[in-house]
Design a protein. Structure first.
Length: 136
């Protein structure tokens, strides 16, 4: 049985769950290839994460997500991508992640997305992420 604190506290999403949900949303929409520079990828993710942190969106707890102040790259994101590649969620032809292929089928993406909930919010954030990849 949940405690009173658990019932009244806003639900917090981990950055891992957010990143996994973002990839699942892209796969569900059959957008399985990301071909941008490492800098663009990191900047786009940072922009979308800043929106996802807001309690009215997903309330992602991003305290563990670090960014180098000079190069604006995230060691956390690099580690997440390495784990995702190890777990065969993505593949990348080289370590710079200049091209990422999401190895989830649309059906697998929808299943993962349902597990995370907030499907409409994830879809909005995925669309924002794709726009930011072009702008970043």
């Amino acid at each position: 049985m949940p405690t009173v604190h658990e019932l009244t506290s806003p639900k917090v999403m981990s950055p891992d769950d957010f990143a996994e949900g973002l990839l699942a949303t892209l796969a569900a929409d059959n957008k399985t290839e990301i071909a941008v520079s490492q800098n663009r990828l990191h900047r786009a993710f940072r922009h979308v994460l800043s929106e996802a942190q807001k309690p009215k969106t997903l309330g992602v707890d991003s305290r563990d997500v670090d960014y180098d102040p000079l190069y604006q790259l995230s060691g956390w994101l690099d580690k997440f991508l390495a784990r995702a590649q190890r777990d065969l969620i993505i593949s990348s032809p080289n370590p710079s992640y200049g091209r990422i292929v999401i190895n989830l089928t649309p059906a697998e993406g929808r299943t993962i997305l349902k597990e995370h909930g907030n499907q409409k919010t994830f879809k909005k954030l995925a669309a924002m992420f794709l726009r930011e990849l072009l702008r970043a």
